[in-house]
Design a protein around this ligand. Sequence first.
Ligand code: ADP
Ligand code: ASP
Ligand code: MG
Length: 400
Amino acid sequence: MLIVQKYGGTSVGTLERIEAVAQRVAKTKEAGNDVVVVVSAMSGETNKLIEYAEYFSKTPKQREMDMLLSSGERVTSALLAIALNEMGYPAIAMSGRQAGIETDLAHTKARIENIDRTQIESKLQEGNIVVVAGFQGITREGDVSTLGRGGSDLSAVAIAGALEADLCEIYTDVDGVYTTDPRIEPKAKKLDKISYDEMLELASLGAKVLQTRSVEMAKKLNVNLVTRSSFNDNEGTLITKEENIMEQPVVSGVALDRNQARVTLRGVTDKPGIAAEIFRKLADNNINVDMIIQNVGHDGTTNLGFTVPQNELEIAKKAMSEIKASESVEYDSDIVKVSIVGVGMKSHSGVACKAFDTLAHEGINLEMISTSEIKISMVIAAKYGELAVRALHSAYGLHQ
Ligand code: ADP
Ligand code: ASP
Ligand code: MG
């Protein structure tokens, strides 16, 4: 079999952990498999590098950020290859460029456009374990790019897809995908299987156990994806097609997204084209706008609120200062988004009502709401985030 294994930050967080990973990789190789390993930076490393940059600038050039951030993964890939070689297993470390990962020009959240598999394949054929630095690629202009936070997951899935690997294993610090973050709700249950669509929602709503784009790509390329722990041998969670899952609960999981900020424009002229101008400005700056609320107009003006990722707030502020679309602008990063997800919601009514009731019962005010067929999201004050997760988890009986 050809197996792609990805090890996250905690799994390679110390030299001892890298040694343990080397042993697991060697075992997989010994079992007769070809192995491509994708590694993250040591845990905390990427955040540390971001802080270094912030010492100099609040809005550093994204290109330079990618030069900086991609370095963390190169360290761990080289160290793991060195460890494997020392154990007698021929291994070769590769940067994203060497691994043939070609991306668009969107620095710090680049999209993979193509993978040239020749380099990895030829190294595998020579009998090597190939260790790829995750989270990075190369733009058509020849610059290093990174794939967004948590992007090593995407590197692994994309490589698994390109090589038509039999299995892609994402090794992390929990046993798999749970009904909610087990660090917030210890009663959370591990799921044996979850559909691509539910996982996609959970991921995009803040369950960082898998990066959103990696799930998108796994679904598109039909990658056999498993998340499991690098700290034990427990069976993980299989992410698979909906039809492979027999029983669908109404709600499968609860997610909390802390990386949220709200922008409120007051006194926006109420005429066609204004919203388009505002959101075009944000799009031109590559800002991902999420929830949007526009109030009913009054006296020719209206109020417009939307959320953006907290780490894009500074860019959003700058963008808003460059247009004159409203009388005033307010920013609030003291908010979080809590969401419930489940494909079973499609065929059930009263799901939203129960969520609103549950939060009301805890005295939590709903500041924004958005729904889709399989999710309900609510923006609330940051201090209530974890309480809301636990209350909703229990209200939908997820601990049973
Ligand atoms: P890695 O460094 O291995 O990529 P991450 O920190 O990115 O790991 O993701 C794993 C973390 O995701 C867990 O430690 C857990 O706290 C968090 N998490 C959030 N939601 C969930 C969930 N529904 N199931 C499992 N883990 C979750
Ligand atoms: N090191 C990067 C991050 O912290 C990528 C990853 O871990 O997947 O976001
Ligand atoms: Mg991660």
